[in-house]
Design a protein around this ligand. Structure first.
Ligand code: MRU
Length: 351
C-alpha cells in the first residue's frame, strides 16, 4: 500500500514515504550534494534516523515516528503474537526518546498509542491507516496555513526565513515555507532570503535547495548579516516555524530564531510563526519549561569533518531557543491566525 501522489509542480519534494511495507526517508544529512533515500524496517532504525537527523523538522519527525510504530507493530505481531501489545508499547519509548524539543513527536506517538489501546486483534492495518492520516492531515493543514498566512503578505516583496520549514521538514508543502510558497504563487513575494542557520546549515543546504526545486527565487544570507538586511529595508516580514509552542505563546524553534525576533522588533518588521495545532503544547506553561536539545560540539568545532577550531577549544551548542510570545506579531495555525498571541488567545484557539 502506498500513499496517493499528492505533490504538485510548486511542491515537488517528499522527505517521508511509505513503500512496500518500509519507511523511506530522504537523507537530509547529505543534501544538496546527494539525493538518496534510506529504507527502514524497524522502529529502532527510525529512532536512530531521527536522532542522527536523516529526517528532521518537527512535523516530519512526528510522521516518521508514526510509521516507526507501524514497523514495530509488524515486528511485534510476527515475533510475539501473544504479547504484541506490551512489546509494541515498549518500542514507543525508543521512538519518544529520539529527540527532545519538538512536541510533534510526542503528539504523533500519542495518536498511535490511542489506536494501540483500542484494537483487540492484529493492529497493523489500523496503525498504518492512522500514520497515513497523520501524513495527509499535515499536508492539508500546511496548505490551509499557507492561505491564511499569505493573506498577511500583500505586496510584501521580500521575506526572511530561518532553518528549513518546507516539504523536507513536514509531510509536504511546509509551514513557514508553505506560507512563502503560497504568497509567491500569488505574486506577493518576489524574493526569499534564507539565513544559513549555523551550525547544521538547514538554511543553505536544505531551504535553498528546496526552493530551487520549485523555482522560487532564493538568496542566502549569513545569520550574522540578517540585522543589516533588516536595516536596509529589503524585507518586511520574518517568517519561521516552531518545534514547540507553550501555553502562553512562547515559541521554541531553531537556534537563531530569537535573535531574528529581537531584530525584527527593533527594525519594525512583522514576525510570523507558522505551526500546526499539534506543535502547541498545553502542558508546557511557558518557554522556560521547554527542554532545549544540546548537540555535539563537533558541529561547531568541525566543518565537513575538518577541524576549524583549536584542538583544545570547547563549544556550547544549544540547537533551539525560545522566542517570548510578546515578540510574535502573528501565529498562523490551520485553525486560523492569532495576532499578538498570549495565554488567553492560545487557550481559545485550542478550545
Ligand atoms: O533541528 P531541526 O532541523 O529538526 O530543526 C527544525 C526547526 O527548527 C524547524 O524550524 C521546525 O521544526 C519547524 S519545521 C516545519
Amino acid at each position: 500500500m502506498t500513499i496517493p501522489e499528492i505533490t504538485t509542480a510548486v511542491d515537488s519534494v517528499r522527505a517521508v514515504q511509505w513503500e512496500q511495507n518500509c519507511l523511506r526517508l530522504l537523507d537530509q544529512r547529505i543534501l544538496p550534494g546527494r539525493f538518496e533515500y534510506l529504507t527502514f524496517d524497524s522502529a529502532e532504525g527510525v529512532a536512530e534516523a531521527i536522532s542522527r537527523m536523516v529526517v528532521r523538522g518537527a512535523p516530519a519527525i512526528g510522521i516518521a515516528a508514526a510509521y516507526g510504530v507501524v514497523l514495530a507493530a509488524m515486528q511485534a505481531t510476527r515475533d510475539y503474537p501473544g504479547d504484541w501489545r506490551q512489546v509494541l508499547l515498549e518500542k514507543l519509548t525508543v521512538l519518544q526518546d529520539s529527540r527532545p524539543t519538538a512536541v510533534n513527536l510526542h503528539w504523533a506517538l500519542e495518536q498511535m498509542r490511542t489506536v494501540i489501546n483500542q484494537v483487540h486483534s492484529d493492529p497493523v492495518a489500523q496503525l498504518l491507516a492512522e500514520a497515513h492520516r497523520i501524513l495527509r492531515d499535515d499536508i492539508e493543514g500546511n496548505q490551509r496555513m499557507g492561505k491564511i498566512g499569505a493573506s498577511f503578505l500583500q505586496n510584501c516583496g521580500a521575506v526572511l526565513t530561518h532553518c528549513n520549514t518546507g516539504s523536507l521538514a513536514t509531510g509536504g508543502f511546509g509551514t513557514a515555507l508553505g506560507v512563502i510558497r503560497t504568497a509567491y504563487a500569488e505574486q506577493n513575494i518576489q524574493m526569499v532570503y534564507a539565513s544559513e542557520t549555523r551550525p547544521w546549515l538547514q538554511g543553505s543546504r536544505l531551504t535553498a535547495w528546496e526552493l530551487q526545486q520549485d523555482k522560487i527565487p532564493v538568496t542566502l544570507i549569513a545569520d550574522s548579516a540578517c540585522a543589516w538586511l533588516m536595516l536596509s529595508g529589503k524585507v518586511r516580514w520574518v517568517i519561521v516555524g516552531a518545534d514547540r509552542i507553550a501555553a502562553n505563546g512562547d515559541v521554541a524553534n531553531k537556534i537563531g530564531t530569537y535573535m531574528h525576533a529581537v531584530n525584527a522588533r527593533y527594525h519594525g518588521l512583522g514576525f510570523m510563526v507558522v505551526a500546526p495545532i499539534s506543535t502547541i503544547d498545553p502542558n508546557t506553561g511557558s518557554g522556560d519549561q521547554i527542554e532545549i536539545e544540546q548537540r555535539k560540539s563537533s558541529e561547531l568545532l568541525e566543518f565537513s569533518g575538518i577541524r576549524i577550531a583549536p584542538e583544545q577549544a570547547d563549544a556550547y551548542n544549544p540547537v533551539f531557543d525560545v522566542t517570548p510570545a510578546e515578540l510574535v506579531s502573528v501565529l498562523i495555525t490551520e485553525r486560523g491566525a492569532v495576532e499578538s498571541p498570549n495565554h488567553e488567545k492560545i487557550a481559545r484557539l485550542l478550545r
